[in-house]
Design a protein around this ligand. Structure first.
Ligand code: SAM
Ligand code: SF4
Length: 494
């Protein structure tokens, strides 16, 4: 047995799957989902409006209600759904958009996912794992030149990037403090997208300063899952992956991110299953998903399926998917990435997206290697939007959004159930709006070009007026914080 096969053999802990099953069944019942989709007929206006009233009250919808909304075709009703989605986003998250950068740590992988450029069988991939020095250099660019405060660290599933490496890399990233124009830059929240782990490993991840733990089910459809994740590979175990978030919560990780890789199977089934997953986490573990991600399949090197899937999702359907999830799981954060074009990202934001990346590079080591364009041998798939953070901030400001670099929540214990309750009651803005303004000012002072700074300050002024009108007594204390930031103090939060 090689070291690699020994590592693989020991990964999956069957008892950490079995304890969540219900009489041997997992939480996704394919036949029941299809039955609900097929039973639903296009609802009339009064039914749609009654469902929207529940979404607007930040209540999770039932699968039957979602099945009805999936059927809506009437343009007028669709417009009402879009208006409701925007209102929910405003009520729960205000006009803030959180930004981050992905940081790919390595592309070694023991799996053979049919759609991914990192798959083991792809002999054309240039394989590499970042050393700690390289991670430091990548982080210096992200924090010193671009101004990111959050990253999503992405790892292939391989003994070279196992839990020890993940923890060491997080320590390295948190340790980087880079001088900027008026203060310093650093990464304040590391979210992790990595393969499913055991409870014991997840406890270590939590203690290492994890923000959100992301694992996408890719497809919830059992048969398609089996077809795309070859038997004998670690990832072929559907249930080990499905209960990754239950284990994370058992390990004390409150913020978990779920998702579907849209394009692998029928999207109507996938959104229904996503909702089942969210409801199960809410009811059995006490907290729903902190975020839902919307990766849509992109062409990848040596991947037939990524090019020719029969389930490719059109732009129109993709927007409907985003709309439906905003209505069905109204409290959740929603992430769209630079896989999508600038135009799609703009439209998606008005449908309820709350987080997006910028200045994105997904080649291993690409941030610190000057002059590197996109290169299919080094990256998992090709990007649709390579705009800089500066351009994105300006674009968002012109749309009336404030870019939030706030990472205070998890650092002062506002995570999990606590943040969910604040979100549901529309009170989360109390802290987040204030911290968003502080971090936005910080970023504008340190990184913005003159045009972006001008557009940003215009939105910021409006925010200040709103904060003052809402809480005239508390305003002076907040304003003192803002003045300290303007004088160069960094990383302040309330
Ligand atoms: N290896 C880990 C795993 O699979 O969970 C995490 C890293 S993997 C690089 C992150 C995500 O990339 C996957 O969960 C999948 O949804 C997405 N992905 C894979 N191939 C893709 C493609 N061709 N286009 C868009 N997204 C893709
Ligand atoms: Fe490996 Fe993840 Fe790509 Fe699958 S999706 S081949 S597990 S990196």
């Amino acid at each position: 047995m090689t070291a690699e096969t020994a590592w693989i053999a020991d990964r999956i802990k069957q008892n950490q799957i079995d304890r969540y099953l219900d009489q041997g069944h997992d939480l996704i019942d394919d036949a029941a989902i299809w039955k609900k989709i097929e039973a639903a007929r296009e609802p009339d206006a009064s039914v749609v409006r009654a469902i929207l009233a529940r979404s607007l009250a930040v209540q999770t919808l039932t699968p039957e209600e979602l099945a009805l909304l999936i059927r809506v075709q009437d343009p007028e009703m669709l417009r009402e759904m879009e208006t409701a989605a925007f209102q929910i986003k405003k009520k729960v998250y205000d006009n803030r958009i959180v930004t981050f950068a992905p940081l790919y740590m390595g592309n070694y992988c023991v799996n053979n996912c049919a759609y991914c450029g990192f798959k083991h069988e792809n002999l054309r991939a240039k394989r590499r794992v970042l050393s700690q020095d390289e991670i430091r250099r990548e982080t210096e660019i992200l924090t010193g030149k671009i101004g990111h405060k959050r990253i999503i660290a992405v790892y292939g599933e391989h003994p070279l990037t196992g839990i020890d490496y993940i923890l060491e890399s997080m320590k390295t990233i948190y340790g980087v403090k880079t001088p900027t124009k008026h203060g310093f830059g650093n990464i304040r929240r590391i979210n992790v997208n990595a393969a499913p782990m055991s409870v014991e490993e997840l406890v270590r991840l939590r203690d290492g300063g994890l923000g959100t733990y992301q694992v996408f089910q890719e497809t919830y459809h059992h048969e398609t899952y089996a077809k795309l994740h070859p038997k004998g590979t670690l990832k072929s175990d559907y249930r080990w992956r499905l209960y990754a978030m239950h284990r994370a919560m058992e390990a004390g990780i409150d913020d978990v991110g779920i998702g579907v890789l849209f394009g692998l199977y029928d999207w109507r089934f996938e959104v229904m299953a996503l909702l089942d997953h969210a409801i199960h986490l809410e009811t059995k573990m006490g907290i729903g998903p902190h975020t839902v991600s919307f990766p849509r399949m992109e062409p990848a090197l040596n991947s037939e399926y990524a090019e020719h899937s029969p389930y490719k999702v059109s732009d129109e359907d993709f927007k409907k998917i985003i709309l439906l999830i905003r209505l069905a799981i109204p409290y959740t954060g929603m992430i769209i990435t630079a896989r999508e074009t600038a135009r799609m990202r703009r439209e998606a934001i008005s449908l309820g997206i709350t987080q997006t990346d910028a200045s994105t590079k997904i080649g291993i080591g690409s941030y610190s290697e000057e002059g590197q364009g996109q290169e299919s041998e080094r990256q998992q798939f090709m990007l649709g939007d390579t705009r800089s953070l500066n351009e994105l901030v300006r674009d968002l400001a012109e749309m009336g959004h404030i870019t939030s670099f706030c990472t205070a929540g998890y650092r002062c214990g506002r995570t999990g159930k606590c943040i969910m309750d604040l979100l549901r009651s529309g009170q989360e803005g109390k802290f987040c709006k204030l911290n968003a303004v502080l971090t936005f000012q910080e970023w504008l002072d340190d990184f913005a070009t003159p045009a972006t700074r001008k557009a940003g300050l215009r939105v910021l002024e409006k925010e200040l007026e709103e904060i003052k009108a809402k809480n005239p007594q508390g305003f002076p204390v907040f304003y003192q914080f803002l003045e300290r930031v303007r004088k160069g103090e960094r990383d302040l939060f309330l």
